[in-house]
Design a protein around this ligand. Structure first.
Ligand SMILES: [Zn+2]
Length: 266
């Protein structure tokens, strides 16, 4: 046996997809491991699950109590680090994990109810020499009942053709944004950036397009990277307007409904 998908999802969610030991954000390149090994009687429940990066897994995976060597992590230590990390994640629902290769700046935007409509730019920066595929950015709001696309527009700035995956002249994947309802019923927006090249800064303009003073109170937007991958997805999303257009959100994202909008700046 192994962990069920439900247990894996829960562990990834509780950990913000970050390693419970080194706190490195792993995106889609992550797995859920047993704290106490199965052949030592460890169960497949959430209490025995820990999210580890590949490096830390090799530091903990082969701990042998009978012949302890070096400084491998014991199940007790793993559990302690796991619990502490989950508490931090719970206490910081809008914070990005501290060690994330893709930075968002700023990651909070405040739209007041003053006379002018607000315009901000979100800088999405790949801080590494790696290429990242399918970066999912979640934008949530501190006002409960909001129809985001009635009040805000999201534009991918400098959306050069290099950001579109092409076969010949055919675009087979492109940047998208979408509104969705998460598992708690809150409306959120996702930005999906297909490719982030090494050290690239990719800008997204967040613009208030409409506001009526009674109905639209001051509002804060919180941005988080929720997923990315070092390998291109086997699934290639279709461009807008084509039949069969669909999308597969990463496992850590729990959605009830989803509405997809392709970037049409071309
Ligand atoms: Zn780690």
């Amino acid at each position: 046996m192994g962990f069920s998908n439900a247990v894996k999802k829960e562990a990834l969610f509780e950990s913000k997809r970050s390693c419970c030991l080194c706190h490195t954000f792993c995106g889609r390149d992550v797995d859920v491991h047993h704290i106490k090994h199965q052949n030592e009687g460890g169960g497949d429940d959430l209490q025995n699950a820990v999210v580890l990066c590949f490096d830390c897994h090799s530091e903990s995976g082969h701990y042998n109590q009978k012949h302890p060597k070096g400084n491998k992590y014991s199940p007790e230590e793993l559990k302690k680090f796991r619990d502490e990390w989950w508490v931090w994640c719970k206490d910081h629902p809008y914070a990005q994990p501290p060690k994330i290769p893709i930075s968002l700046s700023p990651n909070t935007f405040s739209f007041d109810s003053g006379a002018y409509l607000g315009i901000y730019v979100l800088h999405v920066q790949n801080k590494t020499q790696n290429i990242y595929y399918q970066t999912w950015i979640k934008i949530s709001f501190d006002v409960q009942r909001i129809e985001p696309l009635e009040r805000f527009s999201f534009t991918f700035i400098d959306d050069r053709n290099v950001h579109h995956l092409r076969v010949g002249s055919k675009v087979i994947a492109e940047n998208k944004y979408m509104t969705a309802e998460d598992s708690t019923g809150k409306t959120v927006v996702f930005l999906l950036i297909e490719i982030l090249k090494p050290n690239e800064i990719f800008d997204v303009r967040i613009e208030e397009i409409k506001r009526s003073f009674e109905e639209n109170p001051p509002i804060n937007l919180f941005c988080d990277v929720v997923s990315f991958s070092e390998t291109p997805s086997k699934f290639i999303s279709n461009p807008s307007g084509k039949t069969g257009s669909s999308i597969t959100p990463p496992e850590a994202i729990r959605l009830k409904t989803i509405r997809i909008f392709s970037d049409n700046s071309e």
